[in-house]
Design a protein around this ligand. Structure first.
Ligand SMILES: Cc1cc2nc3c(=O)[nH]c(=O)nc-3n(C[C@H](O)[C@H](O)[C@H](O)COP(=O)(O)OP(=O)(O)OC[C@H]3O[C@@H](n4cnc5c(N)ncnc54)[C@H](O)[C@@H]3O)c2cc1C
Length: 468
């Protein structure tokens, strides 16, 4: 059957963009998740479309032959979202990566989904504009992937998440129709006309439609930034410090935390940083024009005075870069916490209510200690979003099994504390077991929506606890 589909695909799409050889299929069997590291899943064919028409043709063929279709951006996802767990065809969107139009008069841009976040922002710089959501993977991930996962990052505390910047989408529906949400001709920055279909698609992880064109809202690029780095003997004091900063009337562009293990790892990689190894290190970033930045840095330092034993701050660009290094390198540095170990992604983007943060960090440490697994914690503390980074020997089966159980406990902890299992990386296959607990009856509505839009269950089946 797949041979027949491949030959039909080759009739509508250039032969070199329809892949089927074993060696090619292997490269499409993974994303960045622990789950697919352990159990890769190969597709039977891969198509690399260059236009909406080609995407539409693939969807029509997938329906005709009832074959699953898996959209994929750069596969930096952590949850198996883009991985073809039921075989079928992967639609590699990475070559649809053009900037169609920068409409700087109206503070917006129209792009294709395969454009890489950092490439888009590099192109926007000369207009003095930017697209703010900034995942740690921004040099690799596509804007289409960001929309499908509703990605965010360090600066979400001030600038919000991808959802806030999407003005309209062109989408190929699972049944093959092409629609434009947000109006065919609109360049308006706001609209309340009709059902908000764009926002239904955002975060739907490629299960409700394939994004082929995107109209994004842009913001003016702030000309200056400042950093405040401070350390706290106790986690509770750090969270009180964040509260004090908020009450000083400032919303920093980023508020990041590093626990003692994360700090130790950063010092190991870059001894010159010489960070104090206390229970919690905080980094605040502020941005705006130069005078406002200087004032904000001063106000934050004042607000923290009675909570911290160590503050360093600067609004000088070079010194800022240096202060920011500790946070920048931590994702890679944590791997050094255990010789021969690697960092696996699991329970890595939980989010808890602000008031429960100290308890969450302490309890995660208790859990990881009880499994005897080294684990650094860092993350976007201003939103209550924590990254846990377990370091394990992936070739040691016993340790892998322990890690799986530990990750499950961390997910349950997030729910118990009134939070969520995922605030950034999405559901995919990894968080599917928690959908019912998190959403209750609402999951049934999601399943009904999926059935209505995708009656043949063609698009990204087997994900998000939707019908398989
Ligand atoms: C080192 C590292 C750091 C990261 N840091 C962050 C972070 O700070 N914040 C954060 O939010 N995430 C982060 N991530 C996760 C990931 O990078 C983001 O979710 C990213 O936006 C995914 O983009 P992608 O192009 O790689 O998508 P993929 O992984 O290819 O796909 C993700 C999902 O989108 C769907 N999809 C992709 N393209 C389309 C399309 N055109 N139409 C419909 N569906 C589509 C896929 O089917 C899949 O379900 C990180 C990942 C890594 C490896």
């Amino acid at each position: 059957m797949i041979e027949k589909i491949i030959s039909e695909l080759q009739r509508v799409i250039d032969k070199e963009r329809v892949l089927w050889r074993k060696t090619d299929m292997m490269t499409y069997a993974y994303d960045a998740s622990f789950a697919t590291q352990l159990e890769p899943k190969e597709p039977e064919a891969v198509v690399i479309p260059l236009s909406t028409d080609e995407v539409q043709a693939c969807v029509q063929l997938a329906n005709k032959y009832q074959v699953p279709l898996y959209p994929r951006g750069a596969a930096t996802g952590q949850t198996g979202g883009a991985v073809p767990i039921k075989g079928g065809i992967v639609l590699d969107m990475s070559k649809m990566d053009r900037i169609i139009e920068v409409d700087d008069e109206n503070f917006q841009v129209i792009v294709e989904p395969g454009i890489i976040q950092a490439n888009l922002n590099a192109a926007l710089k000369k207009y003095g504009l930017f697209f703010p959501p900034d995942p740690g993977s921004s040099k690799m991930c596509t804007v289409g992937g960001m929309i499908s996962n509703n990605s965010s990052g360090l600066r979400a505390v001030k600038y919000g998440v991808t959802r806030q910047y999407v003005l309209g989408l062109e989408i190929v529906l699972p049944t093959g129709e092409v629609i434009v949400t947000g109006g065919e001709k609109s360049r308006a920055l706001k609209s309340v006309s009709g059902y908000d279909l764009a926002h239904l698609m955002i975060g739907s992880e490629g299960t409700l439609g394939i994004v082929t064109r995107i109209r994004l809202k842009l913001l003016p690029l702030p000309p200056a930034r400042g950093i405040v780095l401070c350390s706290f003997p106790k986690i509770e004091q750090a969270i009180e410090g964040v509260r004090a900063v908020y009450h000083s009337g400032i919303i920093p562009s980023a508020i990041e935390i590093m626990d003692i293990y994360a700090t130790r790892a950063a010092n190991k990689m870059r001894p010159d940083l010489n960070l104090p190894e206390t229970e919690a290190l905080l980094l605040f970033e502020v941005d705006g024009n130069k005078d406002i930045v200087a004032l904000q840095v001063k106000t934050i330092s004042e607000a923290l005075k009675s909570h911290t034993d160590y503050v360093k701050f600067s609004d000088d660009p070079e010194q800022c870069e240096n202060l920011w290094q500790s946070r920048k390198i931590v994702g890679a540095a944590v791997g050094n916490l255990k010789p021969g170990g690697i960092r696996v992604y699991g329970g890595e983007d939980i989010c808890v209510p602000f008031s429960r943060l100290p308890e969450a960090i302490r309890r995660i440490h208790e859990i990881t200690n009880s499994y005897n697994i080294v684990c650094g914690i860092y993350g976007h503390v201003g939103d209550g979003n924590l990254h846990t980074a377990p370091i394990i020997d992936i070739n040691n089966q016993q340790e892998v099994e322990k890690a799986k159980q530990m990750i499950e406990e961390i997910h349950h902890l997030a729910i118990e504390l009134g939070g969520t299992t995922t605030a950034e990386h999405g559901v995919g296959i990894v968080r599917a077991p928690y959908m019912e607990i998190e959403h209750g009856q609402a999951l049934d509505v999601m399943r009904r929506l999926k059935k209505t839009l995708d009656p043949n269950n063609i698009l990204n089946p087997g994900k998000m606890a939707l019908p398989t």
